[in-house]
Design a protein around this ligand. Structure first.
Ligand SMILES: C[S@@+](CC[C@H](N)C(=O)[O-])C[C@H]1O[C@@H](n2cnc3c(N)ncnc32)[C@H](O)[C@@H]1O
Length: 259
């Protein structure tokens, strides 16, 4: 085991952070650049420092897992979701089971809930929102966003689903109640089944090709027949056909109905 592998195994043992399945060169570069900034000489010392100071561990997580998110990220694709994908899904379903996988600070699941409430008010739905980083999940659960974070969002949504308090925007409780937040690691934990729609967007950038292939296969198995996987705007699934997906639209992958 070389020093990097030992570091990855220490992260798992000490912090319950499992980074197996992530691309080593990219990870190594990011980790080493942070160690330089913090003047930490080697991995061993880095683990000791992170154990001693929660702040350093948080800094490491921030540096490593890019948590950036926004409401209705890549609006054009949300338009396709609203105009084509969901209308098709509800032709055969009275209730939609939705999963926002890698939900970060909550903008994605809240966007989903706002879309369902405003455009499909008679359709029942449930949203599971998961991430492996509990700090982002805490922010997601709190549902408190700054002026900058809600900038650019349709004013109608802002008025209907947020409450303004001083300089902050709070998601109203009714909307919050539509979402179940859960800590879940997409690489190491098992998946539930029976989803009609899964969103996994801007999550897999550091995953190895094998990990991605495995993940997209697991999503396939978690979808109901006819169900849809919605990916990020730079994420094409190279193994889509092999797994069995067909294309419902660009960045929307469908599990065939007849399976
Ligand atoms: C850039 S954010 C994407 C947020 C949202 N999906 C979007 O598109 O705006 C990526 C999120 O994936 C999460 N993530 C990375 N690896 C993960 C894993 N193995 N299991 C669960 N979540 C993971 C990170 O913690 C981070 O919050």
């Amino acid at each position: 085991m070389d020093s990097y592998e030992k570091f990855i195994s220490d992260l798992k043992r000490v912090f319950d952070l499992d980074l197996t399945g992530y691309k080593r060169p990219q990870m190594e570069r990011r980790i080493n650049s942070l160690m330089r900034v913090l003047s930490i000489p080697d991995y061993e010392n880095f683990v000791i420092k992170m154990k001693a100071e929660q702040q350093i561990f948080n800094r490491f997580l921030d540096h490593l897992t890019i948590n950036v998110s926004e409401f209705f990220r890549n609006q054009a694709q949300w338009d396709v979701l609203k105009e084509k994908i969901i209308p098709n899904l509800i032709k055969n379903n009275t209730e939609l089971k939705i999963w926002s996988a890698g939900c970060s600070t909550g903008q994605e699941p809240y966007s989903l809930a706002m879309l369902m409430e405003s455009s499909f008010p008679s359709i029942k739905y449930s949203i599971l929102a998961s991430d492996f980083d509990i700090r982002v999940l805490d922010k997601a659960k709190a549902g408190i966003y700054s002026e900058r974070e809600v900038a650019g969002m349709d004013k109608k949504f802002l008025e209907r689903y947020f409450q303004k308090k001083e300089e902050q925007y709070l998601i109203k409780d009714d909307l919050k109640r539509k979402i179940t937040f859960k800590k879940h690691n997409l690489i190491t934990e098992r998946f539930d089944k029976g989803y009609d729609l899964i969103l996994c967007r801007n999550v897999v950038i550091y995953f190895t090709e094998e990990t991605k292939a495995e993940l997209y296969k697991n999503f396939f198995n978690s979808l109901n027949p006819g169900g849809i996987l919605f990916t990020g705007s730079t994420e094409q699934i190279v193994t889509a056909r092999e797994i069995g997906y067909s294309s419902a639209a660009i960045f929307f992958y469908q599990k065939p109905d007849h399976q």
